[in-house]
Design a protein around this ligand. Structure first.
Ligand SMILES: [Zn+2]
Length: 628
């Protein structure tokens, strides 16, 4: 039965690792805590039981982008789901909640803020929730890398749905974070815990120190074939590095949150479809992307936390084939800058923000406002970077959420088919517009559907204004509901404006300390010269292992030294015969006139693994590019 569903919707014949046990635990009604690394197939662990169980599975997710992504993927698999997020108008929310009540969806994605709102709780009474999923559950902990105080209210939410079990999912949680998840989500004492190792035996972690990182990157990309991601810390670097690569005949594009949605989508799909080989990106890239054959992830700048490093580097080698994760010991200009403004500065900033949006005391909670950061900083005489830092801190403390939501105009047909037809007959000049809508979109009678005025006007051979006039007419005649897009940048206040702003200094200083701790860890990781890289990284996530990976630069150096000792004659002889020649393994062995072919073969293998020998088809030749 489970395998049938897996095959039918996902097309896989069998489950991976402990997926099946997790699914059974969920289906048996157990509270379940799952710690699986990114790419470990976490989503199936709740999506499949959601299909198997009666009712709606409710998923709490921290980011709109993440929710949208999941819903899009499910749609492709033919599974009906919906994400209720702040990018929807209140009317849309109402319609979709009604659809949920009517049993239209198997999965319902929500932010923690939405889930704890009174209006949602009113709906909740009437929905048959099969079970509750808390994704990125480390957010409940102040020690998690994205603390979201609203997550603390989820435990309370459970009393409204006493029959639903909870499944908490996280990719990275150390011991304290795990304890917090258990406490705050009120997991029952018999909860089931599943984890799988963070080890990825096909990944090769390397750290590179150089005085010319551009040159180094080009050389790495010409040595290691296949799809690659280069992570940088700034948008500026993304553009520059990508341009340099292109100048050097390496096909690359760049990606960051400042590009509009359309551009981002097309860049992403070009890379996924191997039309571009390299994507140079800020950390905005990668969420929900599952390209199996990424051979190389380079961090051009040191990332600020081991959580993001592990997650980003882990996008390499999802197909379990040998892949490289290379970190440049390169600190970007902001690495040592203090991103934590004084608490007085934050208070001032927040006050200005409330005034800018004209928010009265004790109001503003849950409301989104347009926000133009440049205009704001000019009006209030605040430096742009300071403003960004204050925003970041206020976000991580749960005061507000700022988002690059890319709104589009949306429409929904509000009459039935018969009335629509009569209207089309009566108003010939609008008939073509309506027909085009019906042809281009499905579900117009049920949902608010995003439309591109620009595309449609081209298709209809109308000017933009003519089309908008048509839309307005349809709307005023009560045929459609037409929502015009709002500005791209919004701020949503998650708390009401207090009469007196006071920043919780204990949370604030903890935040500050953790950030410093994580940066220091990354520096230690990069500067370490004696401990296996994987070992070093996994210890941070609480995985203690005595074994070394054998693949990282440090393990390799150890192997190199231990192998080459006493074998200098042998390797020198191989070098001599392959320096200007291409020989297959039989010829190499034959040249030695020895009975111990094993020893020669081992030496050839070692020379190849350490890049001294190149294998071309079945022949070996000395790698003259290799230094030392
Ligand atoms: Zn190692």
């Amino acid at each position: 039965m489970l395998e049938e569903l897996l095959k039918q919707y996902w097309g896989y014949p069998t489950f991976r690792a402990n997926q099946r046990d997790i699914i059974l635990s969920v289906l048996n009604g157990n509270d379940t805590l799952v710690q699986l690394p990114t790419g470990g197939g976490k989503s199936i662990c709740y999506q499949l039981p959601a299909l198997a169980k009666e009712g709606v599975c409710m998923i709490i997710s921290p980011l709109i982008a993440l929710m949208k992504d999941q819903v899009d993927n499910l749609k492709k698999l033919g599974i009906s789901s919906i994400a209720i997020h702040s990018g929807l108008s209140s009317k849309e929310v109402e319609v979709e909640m009604q659809n949920t009540l009517n049993g239209k969806y198997k999965l319902l994605y929500l932010s923690p803020e939405r889930a704890s709102s009174q209006s949602f709780r009113n709906y909740l009474k009437h929905i048959n929730i099969s079970f509750l999923v808390v994704d990125e559950a480390h957010c409940v902990s102040q020690w998690g890398h994205q603390f979201r105080p609203e997550y603390l209210k989820i435990g309370e939410l459970r009393s409204h749905i006493p029959n639903a079990n909870v499944i908490a999912l996280t990719a990275t949680a150390n011991h304290t974070v795990k304890e917090d998840i258990i406490t705050y989500l009120k997991l029952k004492h018999n909860f089931q815990f599943f984890e799988s190792s963070f080890r990825r035996s096909n990944l090769n972690y390397l750290v590179v120190k150089d005085n010319n990182y551009v040159r180094k990157l080009i050389s790495i990309l010409s040595k290691i074939n296949g799809s690659a991601v280069v992570y940088v810390n700034t948008r500026k670097n993304a553009k520059e590095v990508s341009e340099i690569l292109n100048k050097n005949n390496l096909s690359a594009s760049y990606y960051h949150a400042g590009l509009d949605m359309k551009q981002r989508e097309s860049i992403q799909s070009d890379w996924i479809n191997d039309k571009k080989r390299v994507i140079v990106s800020t950390n905005a890239f990668g969420m929900g992307i599952d390209k199996p054959d990424v051979r190389l992830v380079v961090h051009y700048d040191i990332p600020y936390s081991p959580e993001s490093y592990y997650q980003e580097a882990g996008r390499a080698g999802r197909d379990n084939l040998k892949s490289y994760c290379i970190l440049f010991l390169n600190q970007d200009q902001n690495f040592n800058k203090n991103e934590f403004p004084e608490s007085g500065q934050i208070q001032h900033f927040l006050n200005c923000l409330y005034n800018y949006h004209q928010i009265a005391f004790t109001s503003g909670k849950g409301i989104s406002y347009k926000f133009d950061l440049t205009e704001f900083t000019n009006n209030f005489g605040i430096a742009f970077n300071d403003a960004l830092n204050c925003l970041k801190v206020l976000e991580s403390m749960g005061y507000l959420k700022s988002e690059d939501v890319n709104h589009q105009d949306k429409i929904k047909i509000t009459v039935n088919q018969k009335d629509l037809y009569e209207y089309q007959v009566k108003y010939q000049h609008l008939d073509l517009i309506i027909k085009t809508f019906l042809r281009s979109f499905t579900g117009l009678f049920d949902h608010y559907t995003p439309i591109s005025v620009w595309n449609l006007s081209k298709e209809l051979k109308l000017s933009k204004n003519q089309l908008i006039d048509g839309l307005k007419k349809l709307s005023s005649d009560g045929i459609i509901d037409y929502i015009k897009k709002s500005s791209d940048n919004t701020i949503t206040y998650l708390k009401s404006r207090p009469t007196k702003i006071s920043i919780d200094t204990s949370i604030y200083s903890q935040l500050k300390n953790q950030t410093a701790y994580r940066k220091k860890f990354m520096l230690d990781y990069a500067n370490n010269t004696s401990i296996c890289r994987e070992h070093f990284l996994l210890e941070y996530f609480g995985e203690l292992t005595q074994e070394s990976c054998g693949n990282c630069d440090i393990c390799r150096n150890l192997n190199k030294n231990s192998f080459s000792k006493g074998k200098e004659d042998l390797t020198a002889a191989i070098k001599k015969m392959t320096l200007n020649d291409k020989l297959d393994i039989h010829k190499i062995v034959a040249n030695f006139q020895t009975n111990d072919s094993e020893e020669v073969i081992t030496a050839v293998k070692w020379l190849m693994e350490n890049n001294y020998l190149l294998k071309i088809k079945n022949n070996y030749t000395w790698n003259t590019k290799e230094k030392s």
